[in-house]
Design a protein around this ligand. Structure first.
Ligand code: PNS
Length: 164
């Protein structure tokens, strides 16, 4: 029987955006399962949403895809989590050239820690090149419209958080 190909897609996902969702869907063309994994660091956490809230939003978004997309969180090193999850590949999205240096550093560090794991970069869809969770939060906090950048469930929670 063929082995299940699992990819871990790590990040902060504070909150998940349409750019992340596009990336998960394209990853599913290549992998059997994707684990969307929230890196949790309670010691320096300045996130808008709690890990539980972020997990809930991700699960709501992908509920139609059954077991092919799972949401999880982890503490500690990504490479250790990836191994525990039974995956050999870490997926990261690349937007503009400005992402490259940070991503390259992380990929090299992770390779040094666990040479058996690969980091695979997917180009973000052209409609999502400029989206980031950080900018989405800033725009909503200032009253701007982000309805084309995040799914409905996320938009609802963002509005609740900033507009009460
Ligand atoms: O979406 P982000 O915030 O750019 O994701 C960064 C993330 C979560 C992938 C990175 O901070 C990470 O891997 N954190 C887990 C701790 C770890 O392994 N650090 C060493 C990375 S080289």
């Amino acid at each position: 029987m063929a082995r299940t190909k699992i990819a871990v897609y790590p990040g902060s996902f504070d909150p998940i955006t349409n750019g992340h969702i596009d990336l998960v869907k394209r990853t599913l063309r290549v992998f059997d399962r994707v684990i969307v994994a929230i890196a949790s660091n309670p010691e320096k956490d300045n996130s808008l949403f709690s890990v539980e809230e972020r997990l809930e939003m991700i699960r709501e978004v992908f509920k139609g895809l059954g077991r092919r997309v799972q949401a999880d969180s982890f503490e500690g090193l990504l490479v250790d989590y990836t191994e525990r999850a039974g995956a050999e590949v870490i997926i990261r999205g690349l937007r503009a050239v400005s992402d490259f240096e940070y991503e390259f550093q992380m990929a090299m560090m992770n390779r040094g820690l666990k040479p058996n794991l690969e980091t695979l970069f997917m180009m973000t869809g052209e409609s999502y090149f400029y989206i980031s969770s950080r900018l989405v939060k800033e725009v909503v906090s200032l009253g701007g419209d982000v309805s084309s950048l995040v799914p409905k469930n996320v938009l609802r929670r963002l509005k609740q958080r900033f507009q009460g």
